[in-house]
Write a protein that binds this ligand. Structure first.
Ligand code: ZN
Length: 334
């Protein structure tokens, strides 16, 4: 073997690593085996594996599950899960909760990443333990062990040993002013996790991301992936300096007319989970109505296929934002 070979091998490994933004967060790799879904996902009690995937998969399709429930592979003598949980990408620790009673996520950890110029957050929930030395801001590498799989939660029914799993999400962060929004729309309710409340993190489907990474290889681009989401609706927020447009600058579509005439607000395309995936600045002359929040259009097919977030409601023959949808769009505008 020539002396160059190990160096070449290292280079190839590094190149391969750079080609893929996200990795599986545990050693469970059966997702792409033929019929491997059964071994990859943990369904809810008595339900098939589909109930452990992302989307309108809970309560007979009426309820959203915002992540993947990835099945445990190894147990200790007492039947408790021991699978290492791994960082899905290079990043830093954004937040962790080690008081499992304070969340239905139990012990959970959030990592921050910047991928293809976009800030995204991965979340790992129901952890048995989080690595002690991980403090907020600590850097982690893709594939590094960050925690141990578990079954922590604050729900009364709990999670049984045989359903131990990591709940894994890939999210966009919504608003630095989440606390103010929460006080306004949930008066008197406790929020133990500040801006790291799950409502301030909007998940998109990690399975689709993994699938597209396999399909496109090094051509996978997270921004392109998001911009191609199926649209549920379009809204307009009359806010010329929308913080979300700064945060998600990679998803802003330039509009020369708004540049020339001045930005009055933003037209935003939302997917069925309310994820803003295209933001278009609009000028005052483009937007005739003076309303602060407007519903511009609805994709009926997507609403009937994936309407479980209940962001929209029908009055007579016309769609409008439900009160929940209104609050959601308010949060996007905060
Ligand atoms: Zn879950």
């Amino acid at each position: 073997m020539s002396r160059l070979r190990p160096a070449l091998l290292l280079w190839l490994c590094a190149a391969a690593l750079h080609a893929q933004p996200f990795y599986f967060p545990t050693a469970n790799r059966s997702l792409f085996d033929k019929g491997g879904e059964e071994g990859f996902f943990t369904g809810t009690v008595g339900k098939p594996w589909m109930s452990g995937t992302f989307g309108c998969v809970r309560t007979d399709g009426r309820q959203m599950h915002e992540g993947l429930d990835i099945r445990c592979l190894q147990h200790d003598k007492r039947g408790e899960p021991t699978d290492p949980v791994l960082a899905a990408a290079d990043g830093t620790v954004a937040y962790f909760n080690k008081k499992s009673g304070l969340s239905n996520y139990g012990n959970y950890l959030v990592l921050r990443h910047v991928i293809d110029g976009l800030e995204v957050f991965t979340l790992y929930a129901h952890l048995r333990e989080i690595r002690d030395d991980l403090k907020a801001g600590a850097a982690v590498r893709a594939g590094e062990r960050i925690a141990t799989m578990g079954r922590t939660t604050n729900t009364r029914e709990g999670i049984s040993r045989d359903r131990a799993h990591v709940h894994f999400e890939i999210n966009l962060f919504v608003s630095e002013r989440f606390d103010a929004w929460y006080k306004k729309f949930h008066p008197g309710e406790r929020n133990d996790h500040g801006i790291w409340n799950g409502q301030n993190l909007l998940g998109f489907d990690p399975w689709e991301v993994f699938r597209e990474e396999v399909r496109l290889g090094k051509n996978f681009n997270l921004v392109n992936h998001l911009r191609a989401q199926t649209e549920l609706c379009r809204v307009f927020i009359r806010e010329s300096k929308l913080p979300l447009a700064t945060r998600l600058a990679a998803l802003v579509i330039p509009n020369p007319r708004a540049d020339a005439e001045g930005v009055a607000g933003y037209e935003i395309a939302l997917n069925f989970n309310g994820v803003p995936f295209q933001l278009i600045p609009r000028s005052a002359t483009e937007m005739k109505s003076k309303a602060r929040l407007q519903l511009l259009s609805v994709n009926d097919a997507e609403q009937s296929r994936n309407g479980c977030r209940k962001l929209l409601t029908k009055r007579g023959t016309r769609w409008e934002l439900s009160s929940h949808g209104q609050q959601h769009v308010e949060l996007l505008g905060y």
